[in-house]
Design a protein around this ligand. Structure first.
Ligand code: GDP
Length: 311
């Protein structure tokens, strides 16, 4: 990517988009355009088209979308499928129509079949049924992958897709009902410590395994890919390592400094048993993650504290 290229980051206010913005700025890309949700509603086709016609970005990072944890995905099923589908269709089509040179679409590891072999290779896409708790979100994200693939196949548009494992890091959402497990555990451990509570409630059995990726590493991987000569395809991004939620809970408690009892609420869903990504495709392009989980959690907890003014 040319340092002067005009780059549009869709979703720059979110955790992934804001990490991309930081990474691009640090690397000297200073011609980045952004729009807040209030300025541009990406679910509106005419508004998105008008934006591309006037802003004329050359490169697009599509990090916008409705995201959330296991409960939000399950409860707001219509919102997850509708909003994500509309955003992807509008942005990807307008990008092609207005001559965008390169586009990177950000998906999620939940697009793969629930019970596929581990670690999950990119080629396992669409080989079996999806996990039910997040099927609407996963289906929408699969459509994003297929939009990129087919705009490349029909028109030669250089649109690629990146599938990160569970992301965490600065600027995450800590709304306990709707957020993902890692920010939930940071917030719960912090509050339990502050209140002197004797126990901390963890949803489900604690047995599902998850792979976590620090969002700054994800942003670095995206930049690496966009500076490589790949023109199409799907790329998993992860650490190459996972752990059960029970061990993650202990690790978060250590970092936060809380040592109460862990209580599992088995009335809450476990979701998919495991989704460890095979990261060989990206590794073969010379990229691997740098931030170990403990270090990433410590950095995230610091960000949590600074945002809460609890220093
Ligand atoms: P998933 O990876 O799509 O299932 O999304 P989550 O990050 O929301 O959940 C991952 C796993 O952590 C699931 O097995 C949850 O049941 C479990 N979990 C344990 N405690 C919590 C919690 O407080 N919040 C969330 N979101 N998940 C939790």
């Amino acid at each position: 990517m040319d340092k002067r290229a005009k780059i549009y980051i869709a979703g720059h206010a979110g955790m992934a988009g804001s990490a991309l913005l930081r990474r691009l700025t640090a690397a000297g890309y200073d011609n980045v355009v952004t729009r807040t949700h209030a300025e541009l509603d990406l679910t509106q086709q005419a508004a998105v088209d008008a934006f591309f016609a006037s802003a004329q970005p050359e490169i697009v990072f599509l990090a916008a979308g409705k995201v959330g944890g296991i409960k939000a995905n399950n409860n707001f099923r219509a919102d997850f499928i509708y909003q994500n589908l509309m955003i992807e269709a509008n942005v990807i089509h307008s990008a092609w129509k207005h001559g965008v040179q390169r586009l990177l679409f950000l998906g999620s590891s939940c697009i793969y079949p629930r019970d596929c072999p581990q670690p999950i290779h990119e080629d396992y896409l669409l080989t079996g049924p999806l996990e039910q708790t997040n099927e609407p979100y996963a289906l929408a994200k699969i459509m994003g992958v297929k939009l990129c693939e087919n705009y490349y196949r029909q028109y030669g548009a250089r649109f690629i897709s990146v599938m990160p494992s569970n992301l965490y890091g600065p600027n995450d959402n800590y709304d306990l009902e709707n957020c993902h497990v890692l920010p939930a555990l940071i917030c719960k451990a912090h509050e339990a410590k502050a209140k002197g509570a004797s126990e901390l409630i963890v949803w489900g059995s604690g047995k599902p395994r998850r792979e976590f990726l620090f969002v700054e590493d994800m942003a670095d991987a995206c930049l690496h890919l966009m500076n490589s000569d790949v023109s199409s395809g799907l790329y998993n991004v992860g650490m190459g390592d996972d752990l059960p939620i029970s061990e993650l809970t202990e690790l978060v408690m250590e970092v936060v400094g809380y040592d109460g009892k862990i209580v599992y609420d088995r009335n809450q869903p476990d979701g998919t048993p495991r989704k460890l990504l095979n990261i060989e495709r990206l590794k073969s392009l010379g990229w691997s993650a740098k931030t170990q989980l403990r270090e990433g959690i410590a950095l995230t907890y610091k960000d949590f504290l600074s945002r809460r003014n609890h220093r």
